[in-house]
Design a binder for this molecule. Structure first.
Ligand code: ZN
Length: 207
């Protein structure tokens, strides 16, 4: 994994992770994409059922969507750092507290990909903010959410289980908020184990 990090880090300065055009050394995205991302409005809301609050840094379109794709399917890991940076800058400070818990990915999926986008963003966000990280949630079955119809996904929420002590105050972190079925399942499990505050931040939200 260290080698992968090094390779990605060495290649990224030359090419924008969102549009593929060349960009300045050390940058994850080119000036044009960075500007477009800066123009994107964060989305705030009460969030899916079971959550006190949810916040997304942008709607799932344009540069923000391209970055999600770059992280998820092209494994451009420095993108997770850029996402965490945007979340840290723009999310209300009161939200970035408690313990950061990555939304668990189904085991088979993360194994196949070799890494877990939500965990990568969560780790980067914890490093930047100093908010502690907890891996207290795991996931079994539930199948793939991608490609399923919305009604189908809502009808078959993923099964989430506990695999560690649950913090009283939790900030769930994921790359994309879609139906919220996964976040609600997480909130239910966390509250059942004593969590009194459950909020969520995601990089994008599908509208
Ligand atoms: Zn670009």
């Amino acid at each position: 994994m260290k080698i992968l990090h090094a390779v990605a880090g060495g290649l990224l300065p030359a090419l924008c992770a969102a549009c593929g055009r060349s960009c300045r050394p050390g940058a994850v995205a080119c000036t044009r994409c960075t500007r477009r991302l800066a123009d994107a409005e964060p989305l705030v809301g009460n969030g899916p059922q079971g959550l006190d609050r949810s916040w997304s840094s942008a709607s799932h379109e344009g540069v923000a969507r391209d970055l999600v794709t770059a992280l998820k399917f092209r494994r451009l890991l420095p993108v997770a750092g850029l996402m965490a940076e945007r979340i840290q800058w723009l999310a209300p400070a009161s939200l970035l507290s408690g313990a950061i818990v990555p939304v668990p990915t189904a085991t088979l999926r993360s194994l196949r990909r070799g890494f877990d986008p939500a965990a990568e963003i969560a780790v980067a966000l914890a490093e930047r903010t100093g908010v502690p990280l907890s891996g207290c949630l795991g996931r079994t079955g539930g199948g793939r959410q991608v490609g399923r119809r919305r009604a189908d996904r809502l009808g078959h929420p993923p099964r989430v289980h506990l695999r560690g002590e649950v913090p009283r105050s939790v900030l769930l972190v994921d790359d994309v908020l879609t139906t919220g079925a996964t976040l609600s399942a997480c909130a239910k499990a966390l509250r059942g184990a004593g969590a009194v505050r459950v909020c969520a931040v995601t990089f994008t939200r599908r509208l």
